[in-house]
Ligand binder design. Structure first.
Ligand code: ATP
Length: 191
């Protein structure tokens, strides 16, 4: 699939955990199609604000998992606030920014559409639609598992949201079932 990227603006990756958002962006960096400084990731901002890298959610008693989840929510709130400031500064400077987070909730996507509109830059959505079985399989194999329960929850939200995303008013929306064979075209001037 051919993906055309604007000169400046926001590229939202959308997809549940394990859909391959970070892997796709890393391959674009490795292929020198994009710069690592063009990617902001909620995981990295969580580390920046809290030192906490990943939480392994497997095999935790429910009470402990609930408590951790509350802490995780607080950390996420601070992390996203910092990340959004960086994205907005980059929009003001007419830079392109890839946002690596799940963006499953409509309010999160809306926030970035508003931010793009306010700063007069385009916003593109790259949506990764990967089957649940594959998401779970990848989760079992990765170093820091997100946990089957969370993956299933995220997938349900994604399934519900998928049909709305196309109509939400992005400059372009790309729906991908796999991440091979992507041809990236970058606009080389602001027009
Ligand atoms: P999260 O939202 O949890 O950060 P993500 O969508 O960014 O997840 P990745 O971190 O890219 O997902 O990948 C999660 C796991 O799935 C990794 O172990 C990665 O190697 C594997 N994975 C990602 N994409 C693919 C792919 N196309 N084929 C096989 N495995 C993949």
């Amino acid at each position: 699939m051919k993906i055309v990227l604007p000169y400046a603006g926001i590229v939202l990756l959308v997809g549940p955990s394990n859909s391959g958002k970070s892997t796709l962006l890393k391959s674009m960096i490795d292929n020198k199609e994009i710069l690592s400084s063009e990617v902001v990731s909620s995981d990295e901002f969580r580390v920046l604000v809290s030192n906490i890298e990943f939480i392994d959610w497997r095999e935790r008693p429910k009470d402990e998992a609930d408590c951790l989840f509350d802490e995780y929510q607080n950390i996420s709130k601070e992390a996203f606030s910092m990340m959004d400031s960086v994205i907005e500064a980059r929009c003001r400077l007419n830079k392109l920014t890839f946002v690596d987070a799940t963006h499953l909730h409509p309010d999160d996507r809306k926030r970035y559409r508003s931010l793009a509109r306010k700063n007069h830059v385009p916003i593109v959505a790259i949506v990764l639609d990967i089957p649940l079985d594959t998401l779970i399989e990848r989760d079992e194999q990765r170093d820091y598992s997100r946990g089957k329960r969370r993956i299933k929850q995220q997938y349900q939200v994604f399934k519900r949201e998928k049909r709305f995303i196309k109509k939400e008013g992005y400059t372009s929306t790309y729906l991908l079932n796999e991440t091979n064979n992507i041809e990236l075209v970058r606009r080389s001037n602001p027009i």
